[in-house]
Design a protein around this ligand. Structure first.
Ligand SMILES: Cc1cc2nc3c(=O)[nH]c(=O)nc-3n(C[C@H](O)[C@H](O)[C@H](O)COP(=O)(O)OP(=O)(O)OC[C@H]3O[C@@H](n4cnc5c(N)ncnc54)[C@H](O)[C@@H]3O)c2cc1C
Length: 511
């Protein structure tokens, strides 16, 4: 006989994650009259969303939709799902307007970022767009009656006898709490922390990918990891200098003082991120150092447009308004994740995913700058629309595994991934890294051990995906396969196997 899991609370919609995707979804669900519980393992104003600098990209009007779609598809190098891109460009602007109406003070001027054919990126608080979005949506969620559980770490998903996801188990305040739900939305963000040096926040340990996979969902294209070209590394932390700095006229120079980007791409400093990142890595290897210079914009302009970067770097002794600053590529955004359809549905009944945790089909082999905050809005809203039609309560019968890994093991995982799955990869190195991954150390008793277990799971997906993808495309470069394969394919993985699937076109997509 199956013994039911003891339930501590019940809600219509359980949202795991309090970034842009989770908060916006929570507000949409409340607007439909649903009872919403939103849990996040850190503070509500945390995650990548809070730290986003550049802004939110959306078409400027219907006339710009085709052009925004073209830019997105170009950055994605043949791996975006055209149907998903189409949905995104048609819906993004309305959600950005809705967020403005909620109180996010977008500035009048628009920024142009790498890969965009024109200036279509809205920003707020200078380079504090993410903080503005995070604080406004968090305040609105409290006011709307969303039940917020801060410091609640989702260790496992709860499953009904049918296999439906019916809730989650949290480590909170030294205890364990099970929340039963009519539907669960994973909005847990990306997995940049699988690398030792990254701009991703401490929460970015890939928990959502591991949780979903253990519940039977597929993960897709995890090998595509975007390195931000311009990161100042200080004390082991990656401090981002927003893409908008190059959009505003920032110039890259190598150690010989040469402006080199035009030798790599006709768009110069505004080429797509993967192109700029690899060019900087090569120039650093060739000449020793690369700097980003915005000092010619003048101190007042730099302080006004990039107050956050200016203040943060000043604390490291660098005055970006006066001197060029040393930059290098570092892990920034993870394109792959839990496979979802245009409804943000994972394929496992009761389980949805939106935001950076998802592989929605929008980004393909590389994300276009500032498309991710708006992705969280579009697919957070779509998830709720789909969930609202299927609020189903089933008795929780079991929970997914929660394997643990200690601090030493987690450090080993990070070192292996950084050394062998960086900007350039080879089959031999990837096979060696896979073989050298540590084994799990039993059931996770606390948050740190569970995060270690999740990092290990994600690292395995990443290394296996990079090995399976025998081509160079977008953010993924294989030294033995320098060109893109003739056929665009996704690498799809379940917990036990890896397979390739041709990219879905317009005609075959499901809505
Ligand atoms: C420094 C930086 C700058 C960026 N700038 C931009 C930009 O200008 N424009 C843009 O479009 N994108 C930008 N990005 C990317 C963008 O910020 C993210 O892709 C986006 O904010 C992700 O939102 P999200 O809602 O998916 O997740 P996040 O905002 O990362 O939130 C994840 C949430 O999940 C919670 N969580 C995670 N695991 C668990 C768990 N096990 N249990 C409970 N809770 C959990 C976290 O506590 C957090 O609340 C930037 C990213 C970084 C790191």
């Amino acid at each position: 006989m199956v013994r039911a899991v003891k339930v501590d609370a019940r809600t219509d919609v359980l949202i795991i994650g309090g970034g842009v995707a989770g908060l916006y979804a929570a507000l949409r669900a409340r607007a439909l009259g649903l009872h919403v519980t939103l849990a996040c393992k850190g503070a509500l104003t945390g995650g990548s969303t809070y730290w986003a600098q550049g802004g939110v990209a959306a078409p400027l009007g219907p006339w710009d939709e085709a052009a925004h779609a073209r830019d997105t598809l170009a950055a994605g190098r043949g791996l975006c799902e055209p149907r998903v891109v189409d949905v995104f460009v048609r819906e993004a602007q309305a959600h950005v307007d809705a967020v403005r109406a909620l109180g996010v003070p977008f500035a009048e001027d628009l920024a142009r970022e790498g890969g965009h054919g024109l200036a279509r990126v809205r920003h707020a608080f200078g380079d504090g767009t993410g903080r503005a979005v995070s604080e406004v949506l968090a305040a609105r969620a409290h006011a709307a009656g969303v039940e917020v559980l801060e410091g609640a770490f989702a260790r496992a998903l709860l499953l009904g006898a049918s296999g439906r996801v019916v809730g989650a188990e949290f480590l909170v305040g030294g205890g364990v709490r099970a929340v039963q739900a009519g539907g669960v939305l994973l909005a847990t963000g990306g997995f940049g922390r699988v690398y030792p040096v990254t701009t991703a926040p401490p929460e970015g340990t890939g928990d959502g990918v591991a949780l979903a996979a253990r519940a039977g969902a597929q993960v897709r294209d995890v090998e595509f990891v975007q390195f931000h070209p311009t990161v100042v590394v200080s004390g082991g932390e990656g401090l981002l200098v927003t893409e908008a700095a190059r959009g505003a006229g920032g110039v890259l120079r190598n150690a010989f003082g040469e402006r080199f980007m035009l030798a790599y791409d006709a768009a110069g400093e505004l080429a797509p991120r993967d192109v700029v990142a690899r060019a900087i890595a090569r120039e650093r290897a060739r000449t020793g150092d690369v700097t980003l210079d915005v000092s010619h914009l003048g101190e007042a302009a730099v302080r006004a447009r990039f107050p956050g970067v200016h203040a943060r770097l000043l604390r490291e002794g660098l005055d970006v308004s006066r001197v060029p600053v040393p930059v290098q590529p570092a892990v920034h955004y993870t394109m792959g994740g839990v496979r979802t359809d245009v409804r943000a549905f994972t394929g496992v009944p009761g389980l949805f995913a939106a935001g950076e945790v998802a592989s929605s089909g929008l980004h393909g082999a590389n994300r276009l700058a500032s498309n991710s905050l708006s992705e969280g809005l579009v697919f957070g809203a779509r998830a709720v629309a789909a969930m609202a039609g299927d609020v189903t309560f089933e008795v929780p019968a079991r929970r997914t595994d929660a394997p643990g890994l200690g601090a030493e093991g987690a450090a080993r995982v990070r070192a292996l991934v950084a050394a062998h799955a960086g900007l350039e990869r080879s089959g031999e190195a990837l096979r060696g890294a896979l073989a050298a991954l540590p084994a799990v150390e039993g059931e996770a008793g606390d948050r740190a051990a569970a995060e270690g277990g999740n990092l290990l799971e994600v690292a395995r997906f990443l290394l296996r995906g990079a090995l399976a993808r025998e081509e160079s495309r977008g953010a993924h470069v294989r030294l033995e396969f320098p060109a893109a394969d003739g056929v665009a394919r996704h690498v799809v993985q379940g917990t036990a196997r890896v397979w390739a699937e041709p990219v879905e076109g317009l005609a075959s997509a499901v809505e």
